[in-house]
Design a binder for this molecule. Structure first.
Ligand code: GDP
Length: 293
């Protein structure tokens, strides 16, 4: 499902999340570990307010482990706790409830001090489309439930999904819109498949990816596509096109006249990147962003 985000939808999404916040103790903010900054909704701080929040770096199986550790340190420096997970395989998912309880330690302790039996922690998952919200909800539920976001005009009874004895999750996640204003974020979102390719030109996305990857992962590209050693930088579009052309030749993406079909080459590169065929790759580093942002 592609959601077209218009101002009215954003207002509605924001309001729906604010309604749900009244029911819960903690927000699980789901990010894509390959693009933790670009997959953050620009207004998530404002929308979730003072609710305790745990950042879940999902799809960590596809991300560079060293970079995931760097991102966790970065978020911690901002006072935000993270957990790296793979909702598909379930890695890290069991630790979610312990981490959430840690965040709520004081509140739980107050209940205990009053002689109350601590009730399960109630949580809401929020995140942009395709980040893995349904996958995580199904994983926590231990079965496939039809996860639907709130849609205009459709009211659906919300249900709690019980995970173990001490976590309850709302079965309708909060769907947030991705970043639109930042062109780099747009390319990164397209590269990971978070936004549809047809929004941007696929060959442009591929050239962007090549420029981004060549420094840290140039050897991976060279090995995968049988290229000669790549320079540490592709300073302009033409140099990226040249690499894409070589990839196209190596993979036999030729048109009738023997020219390289760039779109086809781009499709191969992006498909293989997303499927993890190039190895575990992270597309942005905390160093790209100023601390405190
Ligand atoms: P939603 O729109 O946020 O509900 O996203 P989905 O749960 O539908 O997931 C989008 C895609 O990402 C699906 O193809 C999932 O299989 C895939 N996915 C979700 N979590 C993970 C993960 O941890 N690792 C990998 N490799 N893929 C994942």
């Amino acid at each position: 499902m592609t959601i077209q985000w218009f101002p009215g939808h954003m207002t509605r999404a924001k309001r729906q999340i604010e309604e749900k916040l009244k029911l819960i103790d903690v927000v699980f903010e789901l990010l894509d570990a390959r693009i933790p900054q670009s997959s953050r909704n620009p207004m998530v701080d404002e929308i979730t307010g003072t609710k305790p929040r745990l950042i879940l770096l999902n799809k960590a199986d596809l991300a560079d482990p060293e970079m995931t550790a760097a991102w966790s340190r970065y978020f911690r420096s901002l006072g935000k706790e993270t957990l790296a997970i793979d909702a598909n395989a379930g890695t890290g998912v069991k630790e979610i409830s312990g981490k959430a309880r840690e965040l709520l330690r004081d509140k739980i302790q107050r209940q205990v001090d009053k002689g109350m039996k601590p009730r399960p922690v109630r949580a809401l998952i929020v995140g942009i489309p395709n980040v893995g919200k349904s996958t995580l909800i199904n994983r926590l539920a231990g079965r496939n439930i039809a996860v639907t976001g709130d849609r205009p005009g459709v009211t659906k009874g919300q249900q709690w999904i019980r995970f173990g004895g001490d976590l309850e999750l709302l079965d309708t996640p909060g769907i947030l819109w991705p970043k639109f204003d930042d062109p780099q974020a747009g390319f990164r979102l397209a590269a990971t498949g978070a936004i549809k390719e047809d929004v941007l030109h696929i060959d442009e996305v591929a050239c962007f990816v090549l420029q981004e990857l060549v420094g840290r992962y140039g050897f991976v590209l060279a090995e995968r596509y049988g290229l000669e050693e790549l320079p540490p930088e592709l300073p302009d579009m033409q140099s990226a096109i040249d690499v894409l052309e070589n990839i196209g030749r190596r993979r036999g993406c030729l048109t009738g006249g023997g020219h390289v079909d760039y779109e086809k080459a781009a499709g191969i590169l992006l498909r293989e990147l997303r499927a993890g065929k190039l190895g575990r790759i992270t597309l942005e580093s905390p160093d790209d962003f100023e601390l405190g942002g």
